[in-house]
Design a protein around this ligand. Structure first.
Ligand SMILES: Nc1ncnc2c1ncn2[C@@H]1O[C@H](COP(=O)(O)OP(=O)(O)OP(=O)(O)O)[C@@H](O)[C@H]1O
Ligand SMILES: [Mg+2]
Length: 1006
């Protein structure tokens, strides 16, 4: 046995070129590597930049500080400090020489799954030694043999053989992992649980390391300069075998080869994403640079992170989510890995700011902006413009690529980005656009003088009752395609979606109930689980027919379930609002526009294009068709809508009284990009506004606008102007200004936020979350809040005396709410904004206490979707306020408080479920299922076998299980993308330990 141990430590045939010194450092005893140890002899340790997470961090030290008050903390506390110390020591020794432990001392109380691994490993090691010895005619002392093997390797010995050995070991580990995952969850002691987690993670990381050093990663070239593995993955993970012709052409363009900036525009569903993804992979794998992918919605970011997780795992790069309250600033520096940041527009801006601030922008090789035409979309457009202008100004090597719908003035965007343009009108499935007037269908034909050509008369047999209920013949239109094909019905309002879904089902034949009956029953059960036993009455009635509605009033969990069921054909019809068109990719054979309105506004051409663009599923349908239902009165406007030329896209820096311009100038001064008027003007000459100043700066020149903004910033005490001698005045940011731009706080609320926080500190109520929640309730949601005074009063009376006192101190006295509830007029002047904000805070407070969106929605008479929007905005704003307070010393107590509050608001579930909720696609009910089945940590989930997961977890499809495991793996490796830096550091430290262990395993494998 002992010789075997020696063998493991000495034998090191490794395709990674690392010095022996390095290994020594990694295997040095824990005490020497300790945080306080003065003996830091390793050059590696000395050279490590401070930004990297330290190897020597106590694995569990930071863990405690984060989940303070949470159940994990409680669990760890229960176990007591001594036990923790023992565990930590044990873990240290594990990482020092994990193989020793495997061979000689089985873990006390080690769970069956890990024991299985140990036995397997020992037996296999024995067997392989025997095989080796049998192959050698003259057995020698193993030390000599190993030394010889090493010399042989150094001489460039038989690489293939060593690779084969490594492979077989990888297979063994894989097999064992599968068996481990298959083993029934057992009740384990805490110490054993910790050991198991660490060992499992080590194995996982080791496996990955083996896979990533496989020869494939070196075969760069065959697929647009990428390894052929990428092509395989595209096939395996996306089902894409060949690129469309335009995709090949676009990727082969000279400007693409030369990494010039590029804007490419194609109709919806043209396959734009794939081109961007290939370019991103090239940047990550070939140029070894980080990339930033900007998407317009949180849901899209989450979907993309999920979709790319497997690529990240297979190709060895990090996929990091920057959305809502997620994302770390500045991003964690990765020594060996490149990162792909997938970000919303706002987060992308903050990320670029933080990279500029830390002089790391040059590491960003590529920025891809999806839906680039959103530059013309209000304040969000302004943020895209600021981000891209800063990237262009500060880094000459960062390439910018924009995907866009076809625009009328693409030249302006090209000038702004100094980009080439590629345009094509390819659609994989032909789209036929129709309109319906009375009972006739007309095809849209812009070449025709009156735009519409008669196609057919709609065939329907309606009773008079039915004609009354469905005068627009929606039922006749949908039953021409469902249930065999899919159909989307866009409706003008949320309520209309629900009504139309209900109305259609009332007239569907019984056979519809039989279609995929079992799967629909499962879906209903899942919906019920997601609502903790409650299910929406409309969905309960429509789902058995294969019909559902989809709008922002559903919880994200319900939306996800509905989307998945629709994608897999279990549901054949969705009634939805326009948001579906801009969000997830859910194509349909037929798209019906119930009317040319969104609420009371006539459709914009871009909205129309986006909706009809959903028609036709590539690879499934031979044709896609859209039908716009028209009333005679709308005919003329509709002609314009369907036949008008492409829309133009204009800069939005001047939108909303120049808000964008103000915050841009503030951040330029804060980031030291421009510290004089002249420099600001120089910067502004690189904006889209500059390109379009003739159209947009009609009343005032751009120069005057700039001067005015500088004055306003000074007035608001966000900057100062320092005059020194005869030099041009120097612009400096104030503390408040810095806090505002660091927290991305809207400058309209900046003052109020400062005052509210200062007043808050004077009597901060700490034995309840209410006060803190009030302080982070987003100001911009206040106008949307119309309190139900009876509900308000009832909730108010449920507050503790201290909470009521705090509320009165803020400006919401009980007497006021009571009078309002009684319908009396109130003479006393109160600030209604404050009263409304407190109402929203009460909603959030209830959510935090109960975590059930359903019951809180019912109590406050609000839609559960709105509650989730409120929660998401509050968690995002909480993280903004956190960054704001970090810059202002007087607000020091807020740092710890808001860090924890952000996490709570982000997940709004019981604390023990939070780690599982970090996995993309895992929402509360799924997290509960996983937790109850024994998958209690990210590591457990990362090491699970998807097939076993499907068997263990009710109603989990294989594809979901695969994605979940892949995403958990990514989270384990990169650490959760949480706002909390110490949490991140803890996991990084944990990861580093695993890396050390994985190296030992690697060595052992060879
Ligand atoms: N070469 C290809 N072969 C087969 N399918 C493809 C190919 N390229 C893309 N697709 C598929 O086509 C569908 C639409 O692609 P994608 O989402 O990239 O379209 P898009 O141009 O971005 O449209 P939108 O403007 O709606 O966002 C996706 O399901 C994608 O997987
Ligand atoms: Mg797209």
């Amino acid at each position: 046995m002992s010789s075997g141990r020696l063998e493991v430590k000495i034998k090191r045939v490794c395709s990674r070129k690392r010095s022996r010194e390095f290994l020594k450092t990694r295997l040095a005893p824990a005490q020497q590597r300790g945080r306080c140890s003065p003996i830091r002899t390793s050059s590696m340790t000395e050279r490590r930049p401070v930004e990297f997470c330290s190897d020597s961090e106590d694995l569990f030290g930071d863990y405690d500080s984060i989940l303070e008050g949470g159940s994990l903390l409680a669990k760890l506390d229960d176990a007591g400090k001594n036990e923790r110390q023992r565990a930590a020591n044990h873990l240290d020794s594990l990482t020092d020489s994990i193989m020793d432990e495997f061979r000689e001392e089985p873990f006390e109380g080690l769970p069956a799954s890990q024991l299985q691994f140990q036995q397997h490993f020992t037996e296999e090691a024995k067997r392989s030694r025997q095989v080796n010895e049998n192959q050698t005619s003259t057995p020698r002392q193993s030390v000599t043999r190993m030394a010889e093997a090493r010399i042989e390797t150094n001489r460039g010995g038989d690489g293939r053989r060593s690779c084969g050995v490594r492979r077989s070991m990888a297979d063994l580990l894989k097999k064992t992992m599968l068996e481990n995952a298959a083993a029934a969850p057992v009740k384990v002691s805490r110490t054993a649980e910790l050991k198991e987690a660490v060992v499992s993670e080590e194995i996982s990381v080791a496996l990955q390391a083996m896979e990533t050093i496989s020869p494939e990663t070196t075969d760069l070239g065959p697929f647009f300069g990428l390894p052929s593995k990428v092509k395989e993955l595209m096939h395996k993970l996306r089902g894409i075998q060949n690129l469309y012709e335009w995709q090949e052409t676009c990727l082969s363009l000279d400007c693409v080869q030369q990494r010039k900036n590029l804007i490419y525009s194609l109709p919806t569903s043209g396959g734009k994403t794939l081109v961007a993804e290939i370019l991103i992979l090239k940047e990550l794998l070939c140029r070894k640079k980080d990339c930033l992918l900007v998407l317009p919605y949180i849901s899209l970011v989450q979907e993309k992170v999920r979709g790319l997780a497997s690529f990240g795992l297979e190709l060895d790069f990090m996929v990091e989510e920057y959305a809502g309250s997620k994302g770390k600033f500045p991003p964690v520096k990765r020594r060996n890995n490149r990162s792909l940041y997938v970000a919303t527009i706002e987060k992308a801006h903050s990320l670029v700011n933080s990279l500029i601030e830390t002089s790391r922008l040059e590491n960003l090789g590529l920025v891809v902006v999806d839906e680039l035409h959103m530059l013309g979309d209000g304040s969000r457009g302004a943020v895209i413009e600021m981000t891209l202008s800063k990237v262009q100004y500060m880094s000459k090597t960062t390439q910018i690529i924009g995907m866009s719908a076809t625009l009328g003035n693409i030249k302006d965007l090209q000038t702004f980005l100094k980009a080439e343009n590629y345009t094509n009108d390819f659609r994989p499935v032909q789209l036929r656009e129709y309109v319906k007037l009375s009972d006739s269908i007309y095809e849209v034909d812009p070449k025709e003088e009156n735009c519409f050509t008669f196609s057919r008369v709609l065939n329907f047999k309606y009773s008079s009752a039915m004609q009354k209920v469905d005068p627009d013949h929606v039922i006749a239109l949908v039953t021409e395609v469902i249930p065999t094909h899919s159909c989307l019905v866009f409706c003008p309002t949320k309520k209309n979606c629900e009504n139309v879904a209900g109305m259609i089902c009332r007239y569907l034949r019984e056979e519809f109930l039989k279609h995929r009956e079992n799967e629909k029953a499962i879906l209903l059960q899942e919906l019920r689980d997601s609502g903790n036993g409650s299910v929406c009455p409309v969905l309960r009635r429509t789902v058995p027919y294969g019909v559902a509605y989809h709008h922002s009033g559903l919880t994200s969990e319900e939306r996800k379930l509905v989307e998945e069921a629709y994608s897999s054909g279990v549901l054949c019809l969705l009634t939805c609002t326009s948001t579906l068109a801009a969000g997830v990719n859910l194509p349909a054979r037929r798209v019906i526009l119930r009317s040319p309105y969104v609420a009371t506004d006539f459709l914009k051409r871009s909205q129309y294009k986006q909706m009809v663009g959903r028609a036709g599923r590539a690879g499934i349908d031979s044709v896609g068709e859209s039908i716009l239902i028209l009333q005679e009165k709308d005919k003329l406007m509709a002609k314009e809508l369907v036949c008008a030329p492409m829309e133009n896209c204009y800069s939005n820096l001047m939108h909303d009284e120049g808000k964008g311009m103000l915050s841009l100038i503030l951040s330029l001064i804060g980031l030291n990009i421009s510290t004089s008027l002249q420099q600001i003007q120089e910067f502004l000459s690189g904006t889209l506004l500059f390109v379009q100043q003739k159209q947009l700066c009609v009343e005032k020149s751009l120069q005057d606008v700039t001067l005015q903004c500088v004055d306003m910033l000074k007035e608001k005490d966000l900057i100062t102007i320092k005059v020194t001698g005869c030099n041009s005045p120097e612009l400096q940011i104030t503390r408040l200004g810095r806090a505002a731009y660091k927290g991305s706080v809207d400058l309209t609320y900046c003052d109020t936020l400062y005052k509210d926080l200062s007043k808050g500190l004077e009597g901060l109520l700490l034995n309840s979350y209410l006060h803190l929640v009030y302080l982070v309730t987003p100001y911009d949601l206040i106008p949307q809040c119309n309190p139900d005074w009876m509900v308000y009063f009832r909730q108010f009376t449920l507050l503790s005396a201290a909470e009521q006192k705090m509320s009165a101190a803020i400006g919401v006295p009980e007497s006021f709410v009571a009078r309002k509830a009684a319908g009396q007029t109130v003479k006393k002047t109160v600030n209604l904004g404050v009263v409304r904000r407190m109402y929203l805070a009460l909603v959030l407070f209830s959510l935090l206490k109960e975590t059930s969106v359903w019951s809180v929605a019912e109590r406050f008479q609000l839609s559960r979707g709105f509650l989730q929007t409120l929660l998401n905005s509050a968690s995002a704003f909480c993280s903004c306020v956190l960054h704001f307070t970090e810059e202002l010393e007087e607000f020091w107590p807020f740092k710890a408080l808001l860090t924890e509050l952000t996490r709570r608001l982000t997940y709004c579930v019981k604390a023990e479920l939070i780690p599982l909720m970090e996995v993309s696609g895992v929402m509360e009910s799924r997290a509960k299922q996983l937790y109850n089945a024994g998958y209690k940590t990210l590591t457990h989930l990362a090491n699970a076998d998807p097939a076993v997961l499907c068997r263990t977890i009710e109603n989990l499809f294989k594809k979901q299980a695969n994605l979940m495991v892949a995403s958990a793996k990514v989270s384990v490796i990169r650490g959760p993308s949480s706002v909390c830096s110490c949490w991140e550091q803890m996991v990084s430290a944990e990861h580093r330990k695993s890396q050390q262990a994985s190296q030992v395993l690697l060595d052992a494998a060879e």
